[in-house]
Design a protein around this ligand. Structure first.
Ligand code: BGC
Length: 750
């Protein structure tokens, strides 16, 4: 009975949305703004979690999730809320039909109970695919996407993510993370495109293009949200949301370019860093949120807070005495929308502030204009969402093939002693073990069906783990399996050793508990003892060992690298990762990933590849102190590539000129493969200590055995620029050493 009346109500409301959406369609933003009262404006600036308007406790919703119409009416009629997000604190995944009913009911209730019927904007974290919609395509996490060094593939993955998010009736995605991964302890390292500015900004552009496309009001595109502006990824302690100490110059040199690139690509929204830089919480920092973001970088879109961060100016950062002062600080610093997210205090406090003159109406109008423009650009005034029949490819094979390709291209071969891999003899017996061998969750990581990604309830059906994929390549009898060790506790080694004894090869799959944000904080990068002991124990058998690592961040493996014969680094490869890793092991796929970060050898040896020359000084005063486990950009192949025919068009680079470097790459081995040509440079002398090496361009190409391709890199003066002590980007005249493969040549900037 209850259900029936709800259906009737929905039908009535549906009629109203059809009529009412016509009403506001052609109104200009200016006219709409003029019609709005202050309460309505403040409402537009607020965003609450689904938990506030759904049945159940805020962070523990009824399952399947359902709206509580009374709560929703309160949010819309009384508080005039402009935006809703998430799935009840990330507590569970929602079926596509359910999403569509939820969004439909929100828009209909809004049309019935709000005066101006401005559509409500729903936002979600679709971090590696539409990860909160059941059955969506899940891709490698950003760090794995960066490891592909294939920007077109990253754009394709993001376009699919947009398609499936929009199919779920959601037009706003809190992605991509554009924080640079230069602090490997940080729990969100896997959400970054790695440590390098050029690689990450290239991927930033691809991600924004894939998510947003070039047209507004496109039913297959969403608004991107670059996050988390700025310096979030570089906390000194490595712990999430703790202080960063970053000078204005370093901010602009390392942390701004990804955002600048995304802004240039048209990114419509930005989310703010929950932490503080140099003692000022970013949510209260006018210089960063308005001076830098708006005036210097030219961003014109919407700035949304992160989770409850205005209140945290009081409760965590202690820079405001009460929530009202915090609201004033954040809004005056440049926040347009508050992810409140669990109550309506923000609305009440901001209204009071405006009425008392504490926040000028002009600041409110500025923020609301941006929000209305975003809603217009997304086409929400025309049609808040589109019929399901427009999304036949949701969860399709076509889409999972792209995810598989991305996973394959991310897998990075770090060691291959005596060409152990690929294992081509299917008659051999293999023994598989380790916590990541038979777990989909450990391949996907956090932001997978739930916030922390540990709950297997919603895992996509028919996706294979590494073990299951290996079994489909061998006969069932050829593969034996035992867990061996969980993430942090070792099994009975006598049993494991006796099980492994009769095998020809051993495959050990190590992992890390899915986690992100504060729950992902760790005290050291060292791999868990249990996992190390598992490898050391099996190594006593003296059989060939293949190590597979699927970590959230580079856990230290120094003690076991020499004990194994081959290492495949899988990052967090997503739902197709099991298949991709198994196919790399058996040689159906030739791994072509390259590390998007420097793999440290020891927990405290965090030195990036683009370090300064002083960081090369060893204790014996030689220049050999930089000793990573594996270098940035490193990755082996089952074939070999030869570089030849280097030809520079010139050695002098003037203001308007470019230098063209032509060269060839040959696949001189016997297997198909992909190579990443990486162009580095070294500024020989500069007014700011130059890096020993910096990436300035790259290209990934596929080559058949014996095939040669000619490539070219075009260099401009800006490619060798840096931020000077006056915070200006300049290129100084002088010598620049160009490095490609093992070739070096000096050119001169005039
Ligand atoms: C995270 C953001 C995320 C937001 C909404 C926060 O805790 O830091 O990255 O977009 O929650 O779920």
């Amino acid at each position: 009975m209850k259900n029936r009346s709800l259906l009737f109500l929905l039908a009535l409301l549906h009629l109203s949305v059809t009529l009412q959406s016509q009403y506001n369609r052609d109104i200009s933003i200016d006219s709409l703004l003029k019609m709005m009262n202050t309460e309505e404006k403040v409402g537009q600036m607020s965003q609450v979690d689904l938990g506030v308007v759904a049945v159940g406790d805020i962070c523990n919703l009824k399952n399947p999730q359902a709206l509580d119409i009374d709560k929703l009416k309160l949010a819309i009629a009384k508080y005039k809320v402009g935006s809703i997000l998430n799935v009840g604190c990330g507590s569970g995944t929602i079926a596509m039909d359910n999403w569509r009913q939820i969004i439909d009911a929100i828009q209909n209730t809004n049309n019935q109970f709000s005066r101006l019927k401005i559509p409500v904007l729903y936002g979600i974290d679709a971090i590696h695919g539409a990860n909160y919609t059941m059955g969506a395509t899940l891709f490698p996490q950003e760090i794995g996407q960066a490891a592909t060094w294939n920007p077109q593939l990253v754009e394709q993955a993001n376009a699919i993510s947009a398609y499936e998010t929009r199919a779920s009736a959601i037009p706003w995605n809190f992605s991509p993370v554009l924080d640079l991964g230069r602090q490997p302890l940080w729990s969100r390292f896997f959400e970054t495109y790695g440590e390098d500015v050029f690689l990450a900004k290239t991927m930033a552009k691809s991600a924004v293009n894939g998510l947003q496309g070039s047209n507004t009001d496109n039913p297959y595109k969403v608004s991107a949200c670059m996050k988390h502006f700025l310096g979030y990824s570089f906390p000194l302690s490595g712990k999430d949301r703790t202080p960063a100490w970053i000078s204005d110059r370093e901010l602009r040199e390392y942390f701004v370019p990804t955002f600048q690139q995304a802004i240039n690509a048209g990114a419509k929204t930005v989310m703010i860093n929950s932490g503080d830089i140099n003692g000022t919480p970013v949510h209260a920092n006018y210089d960063i949120l308005t001076g830098l973001l708006r005036h210097e970088l030219g961003f014109t879109g919407v700035a949304v807070t992160d989770w409850e961060d205005i209140y945290k100016l009081v409760s965590v950062h202690h820079v405001a005495t009460d929530k009202k002062e915090a609201v004033k600080m954040a809004i005056m610093a440049g926040i347009d929308m508050s992810m409140t997210p669990n109550d309506f205090q923000f609305n009440e406090l901001l209204l009071e502030l405006v009425n008392e003159g504490g926040v000028p109406l002009s600041r409110i109008d500025e923020a609301v204009t941006r929000i209305l423009k975003l809603k217009k650009d997304l086409g929400l005034f025309n049609q808040p969402f589109y019929p399901l029949s427009m999304y036949p490819k949701f969860g399709s094979l076509e889409f999972s093939d792209v995810s598989y390709k991305a996973a394959c291209e991310s897998v990075t071969l770090l060691k291959n002693k005596d060409g152990l891999l690929p294992l081509e003899n299917k008659e051999e017996k293999i023994f598989v073990c380790g916590p990541a061998a038979n777990s989909l969750n450990l391949l996907n990581g956090a932001w997978t069906h739930t916030w922390q990604g540990v709950d297997a309830t919603y895992n996509t059906k028919n996706k294979k783990t590494i073990l299951e994929s290996l079994i489909s390549n061998y006969s069932k009898k050829g593969v034996s399996y035992s867990l061996g060790a969980s993430l942090d506790s070792l099994g009975d080694m006598n049993v494991i050793i006796s099980e492994a004894k009769s095998s020809d090869k051993i495959i050990i799959c190590l992992g890390e508990k899915p986690c992100t944000e504060i729950p992902g904080n760790i005290d050291e990068l060292e791999l868990s003892d249990a996992q190390k002991q598992l490898v050391l124990a099996l190594a006593t058998l003296k059989k060939p060992i293949i190590l597979v690592c699927c970590f959230n961040r580079p856990r230290i493996i120094h003690d076991i690298v020499e004990k194994v014969d081959a290492i495949l680094y899988g990052y967090l490869p997503g739902d197709e990762g099991g298949r991709a890793i198994a196919d790399c092991i058996v040689g159906k796929v030739n791994p072509s990933g390259r590390l998007p970060f420097t793999y440290p050898m020891a927990s405290n040896a965090i030195v990036h590849y683009d370090h300064k020359a002083s960081e090369d000084q060893d204790i014996d005063f030689s220049q050999n102190a930089y000793r990573p486990e594996f270098d940035f950009g490193f990755g082996l192949s089952y074939t070999q590539f030869q570089y030849s025919s280097f030809k520079f068009s010139d050695t002098i680079l003037n203001n308007t000129d470019s230098i063209v470097l032509n060269f060839s790459i040959t696949n001189s081995g016997s297997k198909n493969g992909m190579e990443v040509a990486q162009l580095y440079y070294k500024d020989m002398v500069a007014s700011i200590t130059p890096s020993v090496k910096k990436l300035t361009n790259f290209q990934k190409i596929a080559l058949n055995p014996g095939e040669t391709k000619e490539l070219r890199f075009i260099m401009h003066k800006e490619d060798f620029s840096f931020i000077d002590k006056n915070l200006k980007r300049i290129t100084e005249p002088g010598a620049i050493e160009i490095q490609l493969s093992n070739q070096k040549k000096v050119i001169y900037v005039r």
